[in-house]
Write a protein that binds this ligand. Sequence first.
Ligand code: EPZ
Length: 417
Amino acid sequence: MQKLKIRGGRRLVGEIRASGAKNAALPILCASLLTAQDLRLTNVPDLADVRTMLKLLEGMGVKVVREGDAVVLNAGALTSTVAPYEFVKTMRASILTLCPLVARFGSARVSLPGGCAIGARPVDQHIKGLRALGATVEIDHGYVDATAGRLKGARIFTDMVTVTGTENLMMAAVLAEGKTIIENAAREPEVVDLAECLSRMGARITGAGSPTIEIEGVESLHGAEHAIVADRIEVGSYLCAAAVTQGDVIVTGCVPHDLEAVTMKLREMGAEVVTGEDWMRLRMTGRPKAVKIRTVPHPGFPTDMQAQFMAIAAVADGVSEITETIFENRFMHVPELERMGAHIRINGNTAVVSGVEELEGASVMATDLRASASLVIAALAAQGESTVDRLYHLDRGYERMEEKLRALGADVERIRS
Ligand code: EPZ
């Protein structure tokens, strides 16, 4: 088990570069299944989830060649259309192989992703949409078994905004016969990045980034080159670390427009945030102010930034209210933050955070990806030494975090116990 040892109380100052987005890379890696030609991706982050996805695709017979931060995939000679449980149980995003496999090969057997720490996370909307496009889908011994001739375009209404649901259905529709309209579509930048990659492969998609996506199916897709969009959640996490340590940090290689709701909240807390074409700078002097936060689908405040902001709220001047509307159990960082001296009361899906002057370093345990980022941010602000355990959660979504933090002056080291 690996841990991060952090000695807090140091201002973060300096410049780092954003990595490619995990939540764009995962669906786009699956898009390689839609063509027999090479899909060449650059700015691919080196993360545990990306390595798992590449192993899953190689297990199906996809040829994978890594060239630095580039990956070339070729699904010209697939040997299997099965996504086995041992992969899916460690990475729910494996469900994103379901629709490309059915769209191109007419069959798929994908393990149902179990729930995870933050919620039950069903995939009923993925299945409902695939059935609407003409597939036969059965649930059999924990697997989704789907078969179809050529899928047929349809108008699909998802019951709620679902990011990977929208992505999966887009990948089904691009090879379907006729037009598909996805209503109530997710508007996240990662959905837009997938649509841009699919368009480069020859798909005909309009409306990505809006609640209504229209797709005109084509006979086949060809190879393409695509650079993965910068990770807005990684950028937001480092800006939170800068804010809570009263630092001065520049993040380059990012898309400021993608995290405007986060930037607005940081400004509300008293941070000075300046943005350029592909960079952001946050300066913070003095104690953060308390805020009210409510997580909603993009372009609103993202659920993936909720835990990180709670770490700032824990030392803010006043009482903050943080309401989580997307997932039913995304407050597991609360007891760990309390171990560091935070005063938090949970009221249904709202956490009421009474800011304290100072957190104390403590040994804490990560429970899920963004909770682990929250604990790192709190530890950077706390007086004294903290250890954050179960780092495999963090490694799923943050590339070389301790290196980037050290580049900003943090006193942090990874302990391989
Ligand atoms: C994506 O998960 C992200 N993961 C999550 O990021 C992110 O938190 C989430 O979107 C919300 O923005 C990837 O993109 C790989 P949803 P996803 O489908 O697609 C319910 C991280 O930290 N729902 O948008 O699984 C669901 O239970 C991860 O990087 C159904 O009920 O989330 C949830 O309450 C965590 N049925 C809500 O909708 C369905 O078929 C939104 O889920 C699908 C979803």
